[in-house]
Write a protein that binds this ligand. Sequence first.
Ligand SMILES: [Zn+2]
Length: 155
Amino acid sequence: MAEYNFMKSGANLVKPNRPSKIDIEEELKLIVVVFMDNALQTAGKYVKHCKRNSITSEDLRRSFMLEIFFRRIRKDNNVKRDKMREIVKDITDEERENEEVVDVELEEEDEDAFCESSCDCPLCVSMNNIYEKWEKFKPENVLERILSKHISNIK
Ligand SMILES: [Zn+2]
C-alpha cells in the first residue's frame, strides 16, 4: 500500500523549501521582543518616577498600551529589530551552550502596590492618562489586534 503513503500526514505534501513561514514567525517574534523590551523600559522608568520598588501588572498593562501608540510614530523600529535579532541569536547560542535552568523566585511580599505617579514629566502624564487614549484605540493592523487582545488579558 506504499502508493497511499502520500495520505499520511506531512508526507511530502509540504514543499521542503518554504522558508517564508519561518521567516514571518521569526520576524513576528522579534517584533514582539522589541515591543516587550520597549514597554518594560517604560514601565521601569515609570515605577522609578513613582518611587515604587517593583513593576506591577498594572504598570505593564499601561506601558504595553502606550507602546502600541509609540510604535506608530517611532522611526527606528526596524533598526532596533535588527539589533534585537543579533542579541536574540547570541542569547540562544549561549543557552544552547549551558542549558542550566535557573529558578527565579519572586518575592511578592515586599512589593509596593500600584499607584499613579504624581510626577508631571511626559512619561508619567502619558502613563497616568493612557486609559483615556486607549478607549479610542482602534487596531490598524493584525499585529496591533493581537497585542491589544493580549493587553486586555493581563490580570
Ligand atoms: Zn515622571
